[in-house]
Design a protein around this ligand. Structure first.
Ligand code: 26W
Length: 810
């Protein structure tokens, strides 16, 4: 397209005139963003068509990653990077008087996800395309992404995220690829030539229209597709409404509104299941539309349906898209005349499932009645799957009724989606070694006994292209200068950095880069909070969704304790700390919102107390999002990964921080365990209960939070400050709930139990930071090992072990 700066500038000017009729002097940042984005998409368009052509011609096996969430964030910078023109464009724009960083800020952050699960899906798409696999995303084009968070008087306020207000230059509406999804109605069953025939009658039809986004691989030539579905009304059809005249018109408007609501907004609940009808509609909408379109593409190959499992793999990201299973059965049987056994064999050979959580409150269980009414044919199929599965259980474990009840798909008038997903998948994976072990040995023990070969681990990963090369270009540049550029294609080769861990000049360069990143973040914070931030303080960061198990509460209680120490001894010797938080709470999650308020209240008190003299500062950065993460993570010194052991399935933020040279303060949870395996005790700050201990407490009891309150004066002091009149508790009983969960409800997440060891570990960090040479050595060792957590590695494993696909050379 344009491989040198001068060509770029020329093409860019021509486009500006040709498309907007504007000379350069009159162009705004928004204009530049639009022109540039369109230029890139159009250019990718050629490769996109070629890639699809190649897949079709060679009949390559395709993977479809079904996910209710794709948290892709901004695409401009990453697309420029993957197309290999980032520097050309940066310099070209600078010549024309624009800063690429400012232009990137014009793009709306595509927040079509809640957190870890959605961001993982986005990293996977980047790796699939970059490793030249035929792998695509299948999602929903929500009109509103995750809410925008404002902090008002210390409280979270949610605003709608109307991200489409700005033109989305990346998507292409594909009217010609639309399909119809059917809800409600009833099923008529009759026998035809000795076979049962099922006919769905009186249904409500919804038009599903795909919007495709090109996913540009790092070789620029390989371009896959993220296909997001939008729900629209059927205007032409007279089937449902007769003619749209008279009173029917109102009926139509009602129908239109109800249909459009399907792809209106992303549910903001992360890890808490809510049995809402609209959510179930969204799930079936995604599964049915996605599958119909996939099978249409397959149909054009002219192959027999028996070969489907050799040509298509379907992956479900948590149980949210589990309905692909009965939907595929329906299409194979009702539309292609296949018998049950054959359809079942094909389905189970195509579907694989990833579990992302063991929190029982996150396990989806849909009310049977809702399933029956909304999707009558799907209901029958699920019932049949359950009946056959229970039959199998009875012959395998005769008389073992408790086991059958524990494992059944339908139980208590509910459909247990995880059970359905396990029974109908050929692979079930957890997302970190510890998580998978807990699934196999505890949560899904009975299924693991029955299907021992089905369970496997695929430790999560992150794309080093976005999270290192794009977010921290200086560090990436330093790595190139020291070990060459092979690591970009083989991220594990970052291990070569270890030999520089004690090299004074290398250490200085790492330190200088970190400092510049901290200055940049300090400027951002100053612009938002109107306060100076000390770049020489330790930047201690916890950014992630707000959830009790992630224990932001432990962090803020420790800060309050530090504050108490400073008040007692104003000349206390400590390295200044800047504590940074970023977290959205689900709008209905009362406790989480109170914790946000507590963080902001403590921040207010501490930041304005002259006795503190800048020793600690606390900032809650509002609206944590992918683009904000890209600013924060490269600037962090300490990465807080402090979940109650056993609760965080993997974590992926932990990996992003590690890759950017922050040291982890963490529990032995999720992927922290694997980080520790690589870097050892010396290069991580571990504390707290181990997963086994936590799980044993849950099983056998023996933990009494009140004993700790009684026995540890530091704990007593901070907890009392939450509820007794004073600077933290100045009006109402705002923090009573927090006090009560810790004491009256016996501290489900062991905040008080881990408090002492957390405090000690912070002292250790203070000590360690004073020795900069040692600190930098640890930091470099972490960066060196982080290549293992590139999602390129993760995806290679999914490809060879689950999906059985190979890279496709274009
Ligand atoms: C049904 C409501 C609901 C919505 C989302 C339940 C559960 C979820 C997700 C499973 C929450 C989630 O994002 N889980 C995170 O997945 C990441 C990617 O695997 C892991 O790194 C995190 O540890 C896990 O919490």
């Amino acid at each position: 397209m344009f491989n040198d700066k001068e060509t770029f500038k020329q093409v860019f000017r021509e486009d500006l005139i040709g498309k907007l009729g504007k000379p350069l002097e009159e162009a705004s940042n928004a204009d530049v963003y639009n022109i540039l984005g369109n230029m890139i998409r159009e250019n990718a368009g050629r490769h996109w068509a070629d890639t699809n052509q190649k897949y079709k011609a060679d009949k390559d096996k395709q993977v479809y990653y079904f996910s209710m969430e794709f948290l892709i964030g901004r695409l401009l910078g990453n697309n420029l990077l993957n197309m290999g023109v980032l520097e050309v464009v940066r310099e070209g724009l600078a010549d024309l008087g624009f800063s690429l960083a400012d232009i990137e800020e014009e793009e709306a952050d595509a927040g079509l996800g809640n957190g870890g699960l959605g961001r993982l899906a986005a990293c996977f798409l980047d790796s699939l395309a970059s490793l030249q696999y035929a792998g695509h995303g299948c999602g929903i084009r929500y009109k509103y992404g995750l809410f925008e968070q404002k902090i008002v008087d210390g409280y979270q306020v949610e605003l709608p995220d109307y991200w489409l207000q700005k033109d989305n230059v990346w998507e292409v509406r594909r009217e010609d690829k639309q399909v119809e999804v059917r809800f409600w109605g009833h099923v008529e069953t009759r026998a035809e030539n000795g076979e049962l025939v099922f006919e769905h009658k009186d249904y409500e039809a919804v038009r599903a229209v795909p919007y495709d986004i090109p996913i540009i691989g790092a070789d620029r030539r390989h371009v896959n597709t993220l296909r997001n579905w939008s729900a629209e009304s059927i205007t032409q059809s007279t089937r449902t409404f007769g003619t749209f005249a008279g009173t029917d018109y109102h009926k139509f408007l009602e129908y239109k509104r109800s249909v459009e609501s399907i792809s209106e907004f992303l549910y903001p609940d992360d890890s808490e299941y809510e049995g809402k009808l609209l959510r179930l509609k969204q799930q079936y909408f995604l599964c049915s539309a996605g599958l119909q379109s996939i099978l249409r593409t397959f149909g054009k190959l002219g192959l027999p349906y028996e070969s489907l499992p050799d040509k298509v793999a379907l992956h479900i990201n948590d149980t949210h898209p589990t309905l692909v299973i009965p939907e595929l059965m329906r299409i194979l049987m009702d539309e292609h005349g296949m018998g049950w056994n054959k359809a079942w064999d094909i389905t189970t050979r195509m579907v694989s499932y990833t579990n992302h959580t063991i929190l029982s409150e996150a396990l989806e269980r849909w009310p049977l009645q809702m399933v029956r009414e909304l999707m009558p044919r799907i209901f029958l199929i699920i019932e049949e799957i359950n009946a056959r599965f229970c039959g199998e259980l009875m012959s395998r474990y005769p008389g073992d009724q408790p086991r059958i009840e524990q494992m059944a798909i339908i139980h208590d008038d509910q459909v247990r989606m995880a059970h359905l997903a396990i029974v109908a998948s050929h692979s079930v994976n957890g997302v970190a070694a510890l998580h998978t072990e807990i699934l196999q040995k505890r949560e899904m023990r009975l299924f693991n006994e029955m299907y021992p070969h089905r369970f496997n681990n695929k430790t999560n990963g992150i794309t080093h292209r976005r999270w290192l090369m794009h977010a921290n270009p200086e560090l990436a540049g330093l790595i190139n200068d020291s070990i060459g550029t092979r690591w970009i294609h083989h991220p594990q080769e970052m291990i070569g950095l270890i030999k520089y861990c004690e090299d004074a000049s290398f250490q200085e360069q790492v330190a200088a880069i970190k400092r510049r990143n901290k200055l940049r973040l300090a400027e951002y914070i100053s612009s938002k909070h109107g306060v100076q931030v000390d770049p020489d303080s330790i930047f201690d960061v916890q950014v992630k969704r707000l959830h009790a198990y992630k224990r932001q509460l432990l962090n803020i209680l420790h800060i309050l304790h530090l504050y108490n120490q400073i008040k007692d001894n104003p000349s206390m010797d400590m390295v200044p700390r800047t504590f940074i938080f970023g977290a959205k709470a689900a709008p209905s999650y009362h406790l989480a919102k109170r914790i946000i308020k507590l963080i902001n209240t403590v921040a207010d008190v501490v930041n304005n107390d002259p006795d503190v003299k800048g020793k600690i500062r606390i900032f809650f950065l509002e609206n944590y999002s992918v683009s904000l993460a890209e600013k924060i993570i490269p600037a962090a010194d300490v990465s807080e990964q402090i979940s109650t052991a056993s609760k965080e399935a993997s974590g992926t933020g932990n990996m992003k921080f590690m890759m950017n040279g922050a040291l982890t303060l963490g529990t032995m949870d999720g992927a922290n365990v694997e980080m520790h395996e690589m870097v050892g005790d010396n290069n991580m700050f571990l504390f707290g209960l181990r997963a086994e201990q936590v799980l044993d407490y849950y099983q056998y009891g023996g933990y009494h939070a009140r004993d700790i309150y009684a026995g540890d004066s530091r704990v007593r002091e901070v907890l009392d400050q939450l509820v007794n009149p004073g600077p933290i508790c100045c009006h109402s009983q705002e923090f009573d709930t927090i006090f009560q969960t810790l004491l009256d409800n016996n501290d489900e997440f062991f905040v008080l139990k881990d408090f002492a060891s957390y405090v000690e570990t912070h002292v250790e960090i203070d000590r360690a930071y004073r020795n900069q040479k040692e600190w930098l050595k640890k930091s470099i060792i972490n960066i060196g090992h982080s290549g293992k957590f590139s999602s390129d590695n993760t995806i290679s494993r999914y490809a060879s072990e689950i999906w059985k696909i190979h890279p496709i050379r274009l």
